[in-house]
Design a protein around this ligand. Structure first.
Ligand code: MD3
Ligand code: FE
Length: 223
């Protein structure tokens, strides 16, 4: 087989898993990934450190740091009252632009892109043992899309239906640099992370081990 047929875009083509759920593999360059990993380390130094959110009797196996608005199960606030009471970092202007670029990439619609103004990001850090159970993201008042960016180790991502956390669902591998946009009828789809594949992070991405996922959202909140 010639090298042409080993090009990654042939093995992992962009695709729409369901209406509004657009997967764009290898969207970010390795330089962009490394730059985002550097920002992640800055966010981790505070004012609110990453923490495992408490759910029910236990806690999540991912550590989360938030920008713009702080999320705790199951509400947003400006202050991280479940961590140290500090106000979270401002949502960066460059991330609004990155979010718009992502919407343009996924939809091809310049007006949808220009009208997208995310005001919160949840940045999750996964170790080799972390998982995220099937859930819906419904703590936002807005129906605007969620933009997801993955860096580091590959994960098995489960994209489900909008009715319940069971079948039908589709399992895909989200790798370092992949973009996923969840809008329209897919905005309230159940989804989760079933497994991390340790040791799969490309050396050039800036993460020696583990996985980062950045999700940008529009809270629809004021103040
Ligand atoms: C589908 N994060 O933070 S990103 C979450 O990889 C979350 O850290 C996962 O689920 C992660 O809530 C999955 C992909 C994702 C994010 C939001 C969605 C898929 C979604 C919202 C609606 C439908
Ligand atoms: Fe989610």
């Amino acid at each position: 087989m010639s090298t042409l047929f080993s090009e990654s875009f042939l093995q992992r083509p962009r695709r729409e898993l369901a209406p509004g759920a657009v997967w764009v593999p290898d969207w970010l360059s390795t330089e962009e990934q490394r730059w985002l990993v550097d920002r992640f380390h800055e966010w981790g130094r505070g004012p609110v450190p990453p923490r495992a959110a408490k759910i029910g009797a236990g806690e999540m196996s991912v550590q989360t740091v938030c920008l713009g608005w702080h999320w705790q199960p199951y509400a947003y606030s400006r202050e991280a009252t479940d961590v140290n009471g500090n106000r979270v970092l401002e949502f960066p202007e460059w991330m609004v632009r990155l979010g718009r670029k992502a919407i343009l990439e996924a939809t091809g619609d310049p007006e949808a892109a220009a009208g997208y103004t995310p005001d919160t990001a949840l940045v999750n850090y996964y170790t080799g043992d972390s998982k995220m159970g099937m859930h819906q993201d419904r703590d936002e008042q807005s129906t605007q899309p969620v933009v997801s960016i993955s860096i580091g180790d590959t994960c098995q991502f489960r994209f489900g239906n909008t009715v319940n956390r069971n079948k039908p669902y589709q399992d895909i591998s989200l790798a370092s640099g992949d973009l996923f946009v969840f809008g329209g009828p897919s905005r309230l789809a159940y989804h989760g992370v079933t497994k991390i594949l340790p040791g799969t992070a490309p050396a050039a991405c800036g993460m020696a081990t583990g996985r980062i996922n950045i999700t940008m959202r529009v809270t629809g909140l004021e103040g």
